[in-house]
Write a protein that binds this ligand. Structure first.
Ligand SMILES: Nc1ncnc2c1ncn2[C@@H]1O[C@H](COP(=O)(O)OP(=O)(O)O)[C@@H](O)[C@H]1O
Ligand SMILES: [Mg+2]
Length: 338
């Protein structure tokens, strides 16, 4: 693996508040790396330090193997796209896309070729003469993307680029950005608070909380094995229970089995009372109160069952107040650090 850029023990303080706390992160060349975390966890601050708009309070920013901690943004050769498209309204689409090339004194003919190529790549080859305001939000965001790509940056930085788009377009653009990244071989760093977006788009994802990295890895490594409760909750896990021998564990709702009757405890089986049932087509979601502690303490659990696999006995037990036994295969339980 070649490292395109690297954060080495990078921190950023604002007064006595620590926005980014000793961040170590290697950004792999030609890959899409995502910074994922809730609002305020330090994603934008990290990205802006990489771009050179914010100075780290401590640590080093390496780009292409060289220390760039003190380099101004224009010496870093990066393209950036923000949540707001920030297009120039008085320029045509082609003018917007060619703007950075003009600044870099790329000759006119070469500029025209690269603008056409970038617009083609984002699927707007036919709209170069339009003004931004004549385009939809999604199209404007593609123009911003084309403008960043046209300069052939060493790194493409995307800060929540899809959050202003409606849900359908957002999902479509995930695939589009992935395709563009694959076609160009660009190194991309994407900031998002949307775990689905991160899981779907990333080669490598970094989950952050309160300025610190909670866990990083490929989506298919991270999703089945969250390291702690924060990461698990952020990735959408809902079931958390403390078992006598295992401590805190989580398990995905679709990996729980629910059987009629009250067969009692054990390491991977607990008795429970059905709280509510929601039929969602093939999926049946059952909310349960599991008896987990001495003295009748309960823990809420959610099981996702396949409606077509339920027996008549199962259905009879699945009503509010029904007594059931919830179990999971031991290898489906994920131990958490707390
Ligand atoms: N210029 C600033 N002055 C003071 N606090 C800031 C400044 N920029 C960011 N912060 C604070 O740092 C934290 C991280 O911000 P940010 O990196 O924008 O988070 P994210 O992009 O993950 O939502 C937030 O609590 C934010 O209020
Ligand atoms: Mg942000």
């Amino acid at each position: 693996m070649t490292t395109a850029a690297e954060f080495v023990a990078v921190s950023r303080h604002f007064g006595d508040f620590t926005a980014v706390d000793s961040l170590d992160l290697a950004i792999r060349e030609g890959a899409l790396t995502t910074l994922l975390g809730p609002s305020g966890c330090g994603k934008t601050t990290s990205l802006r330090m990489l771009a050179g708009y914010i100075e780290p309070s401590a640590g080093k920013i390496m780009i292409g193997g060289k220390d760039h901690t003190d380099a101004p943004p224009e010496k870093r050769d990066l393209g950036m796209v923000f949540q707001s498209y920030a297009l120039f309204p008085h320029m045509t689409v082609a003018g917007n896309v060619g703007f950075g090339l003009k600044l870099r004194k790329v000759p006119r003919a070469e500029r025209a070729r690269r603008v056409a190529e970038a617009l083609e790549l984002v699927g707007l080859g036919h709209l170069g003469d339009r003004r931004p305001k004549a385009l939809s939000g999604g199209q404007q965001q593609r123009v911003a993307l084309a403008r960043a790509i046209a300069i052939r940056p060493r790194l493409l930085l995307l800060d929540e680029p899809l959050s202003n788009l409606d849900a359908r377009l957002r999902v479509q653009m995930r695939g589009e950005i992935r395709r563009i990244q694959a076609e160009t071989g660009l190194t991309v760093v994407l900031v998002t608070h949307d775990q689905e977006e991160a899981l779907e788009m990333s080669d490598h994802m970094v989950v952050m909380n309160a300025g610190r990295v909670m866990q990083q890895g490929a989506p298919d490594e991270l999703f089945p094995a969250p390291a702690n409760r924060f990461v698990a909750e952020f990735l959408g896990y809902e079931n958390f229970l403390t078992l006598p021998e295992r401590g805190l564990v989580t398990v995905r709702p679709e990996l729980l089995t629910v059987a009629p009757g009250d067969v009692g405890g054990g390491e991977t089986a607990v008795s429970a009372t059905v709280r509510s049932i929601a039929y969602r087509g093939v999926e049946v979601r059952v909310a349960l109160d599991a008896t987990t502690g001495a003295g009748g303490a309960t823990t809420p659990l959610v099981a996702s069952l396949r409606g077509d696999a339920l027996t008549p006995e199962d259905r009879a037990a699945l009503h509010p107040g029904g007594r059931v036994t919830v179990s999971a295969r031991p290898d489906h339980l994920v131990s958490l650090a707390g």
